[in-house]
Design a protein around this ligand. Structure first.
Ligand SMILES: [Zn+2]
Length: 100
């Protein structure tokens, strides 16, 4: 036979489980959002992860071409942002890799 004190205890335990279940569902929802955001970022960064546009901050700032600067042992690398059409170039010695 269940006493009123036991019923009260069961009610508090049930309330605790409902609260915990709500928290778990919130965390699972948040985890799903984060997984979707990470997937979008991984896709955006898959090709060339280090190039952010200095003008708009977009991730579409790409090297277009590289040309040798005569008579120096250097190359001029041209960049353009696909989002805002900002263009820039840098000059680097031949053989030097671009820094991220
Ligand atoms: Zn841009």
């Amino acid at each position: 036979m269940t006493t009123p004190a036991e019923i009260g205890l069961l009610g508090r335990i049930l309330g605790t489980f409902k609260w915990a279940w709500g928290r778990i569902q919130q965390r699972l929802h948040r985890l799903g959002d984060l997984e979707r955001r990470v997937a979008i970022l991984e896709k955006a960064l898959a090709r060339c992860p280090s190039e952010a546009c200095p003008a708009c901050g977009g991730r579409e700032f790409r090297a277009l071409k590289s040309e040798k600067i005569e008579p120096f042992e250097a190359r001029r690398v041209h960049f353009r942002c696909k989002d805002c059409d900002y263009e820039d170039f840098l000059v680097r010695p031949v053989g030097q890799k671009l820094q991220p």
